[in-house]
Design a binder for this molecule. Sequence first.
Ligand code: IPE
Ligand code: IPE
Ligand code: MG
Length: 250
Amino acid sequence: MANELSGKLAGQVDKSRLPRHIAIIMDGNGRWATKRGLPRTAGHKAGAETFRKIATYCKNLGVQYLTVYAFSTENWKRSETEVGAIMALLKKYLLEAIDSMEKDSIRLKFFGDMTPITPELRALARETDGITKHLDRRDFQANICLNYGGRDEILRAARRFAADCAAGIRKPEDLDEAGFSGYLDSAGIPDPELIIRPSGELRLSNFLLWQSAYSEFYCTDTLWPDFDEGEINRAVAAYQKRDRRFGGVK
Ligand code: IPE
Ligand code: IPE
Ligand code: MG
């Protein structure tokens, strides 16, 4: 990988100005499968492999956080077969990840409401959280959004803040943006500088609503299972050409 990075693949990326945090809406699995005459679940399987490849690439590139949208609060509308297949793939991935997290120094965290997730998957997520806590905070961290919705995350944060107020720990008038961020699933993690959406859709679909306030967007027609290192390079290179003003004047 080191050779690959110093060679053609990293060509257009300035490694001294990388985003610290990249977020990806892993979309297009279903269409990828349908195009091949395969069931949608085959697309999710291919998409899970792509996640593994892209996470490794982001880590080796020097990005510190990668947040991926794996299953939204709205995705329960899909068939039981499809939802079951996605959950089974997550279980398989977590079992393999638990074996290799320490060796590869990869930290894994879940964003989302885990209450409706099966106890088995929840236990695996707790196990990965435990390993994450032992690892160095400077190690690469992948955040997996599971039963995640940006609105739901904000609601859950507001409820917890209200409960702290009722308990006398916090006062409503003391709440500021940094304080509220601390109640979100992403507490302690910088906002993503770059959000990538594959598959040609131009919407957020309830992803990171609070955190995306000043993110740069990169959309491409490539379907998620076809995503590769070159696509990440193109997205990062495009990000590096943006003029980020944050409401100011240069
Ligand atoms: C993204 O791919 C994965 C999930 C939403 C779980 P899709 O399954 O949405 O793929 P398309 O958009 O139907 O092609
Ligand atoms: C967003 O994709 C959710 C994930 C990728 C997990 P969707 O396929 O669910 O979004 P819409 O329905 O096209 O907005
Ligand atoms: Mg989709």
